[in-house]
Design a protein around this ligand. Structure first.
Ligand SMILES: Cc1ncc(COP(=O)(O)O)c(C=O)c1O
Length: 399
């Protein structure tokens, strides 16, 4: 049968399903908007070798659906890594592999959020988390930060105020290492202070540590999970930043009580076993040397961006100096509107995300995130000079 009208599905959708764009993000010539790692450090040959060897040994496994919690050997590897690197002592049963840490974040948000519940975050927060929190009806409240992270006194007063207003707060989400988008790492003392406040109110922390391995300067800081002895702290990590986002592999660490509920919001049938085989074999062989090489590349890129900012922005702006990760946070004087010219800047060849996009309250038009992970040092130098030229042309900076 043929009809002249295409089938109309409109009346069939469930209530409140948002319309989501499917197009890939547009890329500017000088792209400081994307949150991608350095493409030249992708360990492609090593992944191919690892996959070939793992398939030769365990390829028959692909005839079955994977374990619902994901490949047991990779979960064992994650448990060992967490014990060694983050002082987190859990078993592989406390770990579920997810399609990137984005899925882990979505699982927890859905398992815990009723319409109108409050979720606390840093005052600027990873867009993917913010979107998922809003999507599931949370009232997202940002806590004011300084260059060490959330300010404990601000956290305390905010929780107090929200409770007085009769609000239900479900958890505090934090990215304590190389925060996206602000770039800071919370020092030990600050972690302890934040934990003390949340423990006073019996509020769980959801620690998103997806950047923690990307340290190219300074000393590692103990995880909040370890400081709490694991009690009241949920944790997520990812292989997107130390291998590649395209692998889509992350993990959630939570006690059984939470996991039983969170699993309801996971796509069924485990995660991609093909990717898990390659990742597990690769990490066993090469993890630390690969991370070392990658971080050296990132350090060079960060330095290129810092130098270019110094040359082109001088004292017209302030910016963060991260010890790792992918981001520098640029701050122009109050009143400057980087949101208003973002599209024009993009059309003139430079991509960035302004602060309002990361702020639960829509603040931060005078701020912007600049990602140094993907472009080469040469492109970074040229692009930052171009950004200054565009800012000057559009009157947000004096030439
Ligand atoms: C803080 C943070 N958490 C989680 C993610 C999600 O990453 P993935 O799902 O690739 O692990 C990102 C991605 O940029 C991020 O910045």
């Amino acid at each position: 049968m043929t009809t002249s009208q295409p089938f109309d599905y409109e009346s069939l959708f469930a209530e409140n399903v948002p319309v989501t764009a499917r197009a890939a993000n547009r890329r500017a010539k000088y792209d400081f908007a994307v949150a991608f790692p350095a493409p030249e450090t992708l360990p492609l040959d090593e992944l191919v070798d690892s996959l070939r060897d793992a398939l030769a040994r365990e390829g028959d496994e692909l005839a079955y659906y994977p374990h619902p919690a994901g490949m047991p050997a990779l979960r064992e590897f994650v448990a060992d890594k967490l014990a060694r690197d983050r002082d987190i002592h859990v078993t592989s049963d406390d770990i579920v592999l997810t399609s990137g840490s984005g899925e882990a974040i979505g699982m927890l948000i859905q398992a815990m959020t009723n319409q109108g519940d409050v979720l606390l975050t840093e005052e600027f927060v990873y867009l993917g988390t913010l979107r998922q929190m809003r999507r599931y009806g949370a009232d997202v409240v940002g806590i004011k930060c300084d260059d060490q992270g959330m300010i404990p006194g601000e956290l305390d007063t905010t929780i107090n105020r929200l409770q007085d207003e009769g609000k239900t707060i479900k958890f505090l989400y934090t990215i304590p290492a190389f925060q996206n988008p602000l770039g800071f790492t919370m020092p030990l003392e600050r972690r302890q202070q934040i934990l003390d406040v949340t423990q006073k109110y019996t509020l769980p922390i959801f620690e998103d540590d997806c950047y923690v391995d990307l340290r190219f300067e300074g000393e590692d800081v103990t995880s909040i999970h370890a400081l709490a002895g694991g009690d009241g702290v949920l944790y997520t990590g990812s292989f997107s930043k130390i291998i590649a986002p395209g692998m889509r592999m992350g993990y959630l660490v939570a006690p059984e009580q939470v996991m039983q509920r969170a699993m309801s919001f996971k796509s069924p049938s485990g995660v991609n076993q093909f990717a898990a085989l390659a990742i597990e074999e690769f990490l066993k062989r090469d993890m630390y040397s690969h991370i070392g090489d990658q971080n050296e590349t990132l350090r060079i890129k960060r330095d290129a961006m810092l130098a270019a900012l110094g040359e082109n922005f001088g004292d017209s702006a302030k910016w963060s100096v991260p010890e790792g990760g992918l981001y520098i946070w640029l701050e122009m004087p109050e009143g400057v509107d980087l949101a208003a010219i973002q599209e024009q800047a993009f059309n003139e060849g430079v991509g960035y995300y302004n602060g309002t996009q990361f702020s639960p309250e829509g603040r931060g038009a005078n701020q912007a995130r600049l990602c140094f992970g993907h472009p080469t040092p040469e492109i970074i130098s040229e692009g930052i000079a171009e950004l200054a030229r565009i800012f000057t042309k559009h009157g947000v900076m004096r030439g």
